[in-house]
Write a new protein. Structure first.
Length: 420
């Protein structure tokens, strides 16, 4: 599940994960969190035989177990064994275009059953007058603001809009930052973002820029604790422009059915080309200069070592990070993109994510940053690398501890790991 999720997120196309009936489905619970991350991954899961589900008491607990896992996909498409009317099928197929996970459940005695062909999805209707009015109002709000800021998040990547959004930022001439979950966006833009907004835990100047803005444009931003819970001062969303999930909200009203790509195109049509650079502070300065001083290695030392490699002329790498110290250390690394479990839904993302991403990267190497606890869970997936012909770089934080669990229950000895 983690590998399919990462492949979908990296390529902005369909990823696929297939698991067995029963216990295998539980391994997909965390991958199913792609609904909130807008990851277009298709999950194929087995289930009991059609007849067995109705008559055998020994299979009933397993059916209930499978249903509990399906709950993670209840807001996505669910394909059952019963034929659906033709009109329902495009709805399931359209989920990838909306950058959402798709759930396909296959009874184990119907693996070879024939499936009727499904036609192309109908085009989503767009009210051109509403789109034009929305674009005009967004531009008016940005132009009237004394301190406008553009904040980009995951939908910009999911819908393949990074190049257009980079051009939009240059034409607007406003400072650009990313959300925590959007870290790594626009890394190849002529004028990259100033940094990542992490509230009190991040760059004080970026925090001030965002929280004091009277024209904050949240482009494709997920409103979540991960992105905004650590704000130093509460951001009044009524004074922002929020474009997300085919809707644009300004103040107290919302334009519905406004696709993000349509909005970006409409804004570009209204703005002349510009060669001016983005206003604002200098881009975030990453830590460099690892010193061989004989002291114990700290997480920031790892970031310095990676950044020194880039400063020496090596290309930045795409980073797949697990949660905890790994994730926050990766935030201080120069990268060509960052994938991580920003929702903290579970551990073990790093290694399989690096494998999935490199499989669809066109030969680019991936840097995986993982702790020893998460490595015990999924690190053994590295055994597949030779067969797949890939060679990810893995940095293991071997601190002999379930550090994420220790944060919540520091007195418990079961958080200790051996130095294995």
């Amino acid at each position: 599940g983690f590998a399919g999720d990462a492949a979908a997120r990296y390529s902005s196309t369909l990823g696929v994960a297939a698991v067995t009936y029963g216990a295998g489905a539980f391994n997909m619970v965390n991958g199913g969190g792609g609904l909130t991350r807008e990851s277009p991954c298709r999950h194929f899961r087995g289930r009991a035989r059609r007849r067995a589900m109705r008559c055998c008491c020994t299979t009933r607990p397993h059916a209930d177990t499978q249903s509990s896992v399906q709950g993670d996909h209840r807001r996505t498409a669910r394909l059952t064994t019963r034929p659906r009317p033709r009109g329902d099928r495009p709805r399931a197929r359209g989920r990838p275009r909306l950058s959402r996970p798709v759930y396909l459940e296959i009874p184990r005695n119907m693996v070879n059953a024939e499936v009727e062909p499904v036609g192309d999805d109908p085009a989503w209707p767009v009210d051109r007058d509403a789109l034009a009015a929305c674009a005009d109002e967004v531009l008016a709000a940005m132009r009237s603001a004394t301190s406008p800021v553009l904040m980009v998040c995951v939908e910009v990547r999911r819908y393949g809009l990074e190049a257009k959004v980079a051009e939009l930022a240059q034409r607007l001439g406003v400072p650009v930052v990313t959300t925590f979950m959007g870290r790594g966006l626009l890394a190849d833009a002529p004028t990259p973002p100033l940094g990542t907004y992490i509230g009190v835990a991040g760059d004080a100047e970026i925090t001030r820029l965002v929280e004091e803005s009277d024209g904050l444009f949240l482009l494709g931003a997920i409103l979540s604790d991960t992105n905004f819970a650590v704000s130093q001062r509460k951001i009044d969303l009524r004074k922002t422009i929020h474009a997300f999930d085919r809707a644009v909200t300004l103040g107290y009203h919302t334009y519905a059915d406004i696709p993000l790509d349509g909005l970006v195109d409409a804004l570009l049509e209204r703005l002349p080309p510009s060669d001016r650079t983005t206003r604002g502070k200098e881009p975030h300065a990453y830590p460099t200069g690892l010193q061989a001083d004989g002291e114990p290695i700290a997480p920031m030392d790892i970031a310095r070592a990676v950044n020194d490699r880039v400063r020496a002329g090596q290309e930045p790498l795409l980073i797949a990070a697990d949660m905890g110290d790994c994730l926050f250390t990766a935030m201080d690394m120069i990268d060509a993109g960052l994938m991580a479990p920003g929702y903290y839904a579970g551990m073990g993302f790093g290694v399989p994510a690096g494998i999935g991403a490199q499989c669809v990267s066109g030969g680019k190497r991936i840097l995986t940053v993982v702790g020893d606890g998460a490595f015990q869970m999924t690190g053994w997936e590295l055994g597949n690398c030779r067969r797949l012909g890939i060679d990810p770089i893995v940095i293991l934080f071997n601190n002999a501890s379930w550090e994420m669990l220790r944060t919540f229950q520091p007195e418990s000895a079961f958080n200790d790991l051996d130095d294995w």
